[in-house]
Design a protein around this ligand. Structure first.
Ligand SMILES: Cc1cc2nc3c(=O)[nH]c(=O)nc-3n(C[C@H](O)[C@H](O)[C@H](O)COP(=O)(O)OP(=O)(O)OC[C@H]3O[C@@H](n4cnc5c(N)ncnc54)[C@H](O)[C@@H]3O)c2cc1C
Length: 371
């Protein structure tokens, strides 16, 4: 088989490139995935009760990037959805990210204005001018009580290491509010694909120049397949046979339960920072707006990839892993006809919109140099 491009991985990164190459450049593409389905980690399917669920954890679409929203809108209609999260602490439910109601409820206060809330945060902050790790970042912005109540144990469970060892960006990502806004995100577009993510990916790949092969591992690909350029969205360390050692990842076990009731919890996701081995529980119907008598929920138990069928979910961002990735990236730059992309290829946590943006930019700016 002779093709122009071989793409490894049929997640957002691979599907965007495949679609662009076929439609815009009339290139022939073979896209493979070692899993039995397209969509990467955003894959969704209907479970036995007919409820649309996300196999690899809840995926909520939100973006400020017009270009990404317009691009994906070619392949799906959307339904509006604003995600809300509650945090269970000592049997009480608080809005999360932390906002004015959270502060008032936790500290028994009656703060009313944004100035009062800002002054409260200021009174809690520890004098750390340049936070260098995930713990310091929260202590410097919210102080110790809020850190210990909402962040410390959750972060330890989620990452399996002390927050002091994690880069500051891990906790910097989580916002906090001066008002009562209890939406998890504040992006311009907060939507879910009307018929689900998998239906959207199917449309993206529906082109005569795109062939899809599932259950197909790049490292066992027959030599009869020849191509001019390889776009690889699998793990970069595996590509180089782990020559500098493995990059660290955190994984998650998902435990799905279908309940014989219409609704299971008040909002899409409930966090459990301090008790239980799981970190959070998501009710899919709350995200998708589906109307059925039953409901399916997913508990998330963070663990090592070895205990989770070797699924690699979150690159663990530490000083050591940054340095290790840089060494692999130098090797990658020496290869002429291979490009690395995506969450595993770049060893970087991307939200879906940033994975799409990275792929669109790569297509526009970098791929043309290889032709
Ligand atoms: C638990 C969880 C929840 C998330 N929730 C959100 C959310 O709410 N909102 C949001 O915006 N983002 C979310 N994300 C991030 C989102 O999943 C990523 O942005 C997206 O998956 C990136 O797409 P990708 O194509 O780069 O990687 P992936 O989706 O991981 O796709 C890579 C594909 O490559 C395949 N592959 C790897 N190695 C090989 C090989 N050797 N041969 C063949 N195929 C191979 C894999 O099987 C995989 O399908 C979440 C991520 C996780 C882990």
């Amino acid at each position: 088989m002779q093709i122009d491009y071989l793409i490894v991985g049929a997640g957002f990164s691979g599907c965007v490139i495949a679609e662009r190459l076929a439609r815009e450049k009339s290139k022939s593409v073979l896209i493979i995935d070692k899993r039995s389905h397209i969509g990467g980690n955003a894959y969704d399917y209907y479970d036995e009760s007919g409820i649309l669920v996300h196999k690899y954890g809840p995926h909520i679409f939100h973006t400020n990037l017009n270009e990404v929203f317009e691009y994906l809108s070619q392949f799906t209609e959307w339904i509006p959805y604003e995600h809300r999260v509650r945090c269970m602490v000592e049997g009480k439910s608080y809005p999360f990210p932390i906002n004015r109601s959270t502060i008032n409820a936790l500290f028994g206060l009656k703060l009313e204005t944004e100035e009062e809330v800002e002054a409260f945060y200021a009174s809690q902050r520890e004098p750390i001018t340049n936070p260098t790790n995930a713990e310091e970042r929260v202590l410097a912005t919210l102080g110790r009580k809020l850190y210990e109540t909402f962040y410390e144990s959750y972060t330890k469970k989620q990452w399996g290491i002390d927050p002091k060892e994690l880069n500051a960006q891990v906790t910097a990502r989580i916002p906090y509010r001066l008002n009562n806004d209890d939406r998890y995100f504040q992006d311009r577009y907060q939507m879910m694909p009307k018929d689900g993510y998998t239906a959207m990916f199917k449309k993206m790949l529906d082109h005569p120049l795109i062939q899809v092969q599932l259950n197909c591992d790049y490292f066992q690909l027959p030599s009869s397949i020849s191509y001019k350029h390889l776009i690889y969205t699998g793990p970069i360390d595996q590509f180089f046979n782990y020559c500098y050692g493995p990059l660290p990842y955190r994984s998650v076990k998902f435990s799905l339960k279908t309940l014989d009731q219409d609704s299971a919890q008040e909002v899409g996701t409930v966090n459990f920072p301090n008790d239980h081995d799981y970190t959070r529980c998501t009710e899919f119907k709350k995200l998708t707006g589906q109307q059925t008598d039953k409901t399916t929920i997913a508990y998330e138990y963070p663990d090592t990839p070895e205990n989770c069928d070797n699924e690699l979910y979150y690159p663990i961002p530490t000083k050591n892993s940054d340095a290790l990735y840089k060494r692999y990236s130098l090797l990658a730059h020496q290869l002429k006809n291979v490009s690395f992309l995506g969450r595993l290829g770049d060893f970087k946590y991307y939200n879906m919109d940033h994975a799409v943006m990275r792929a669109l930019k790569f297509f526009k700016n970098e791929l043309s140099h290889h032709e």
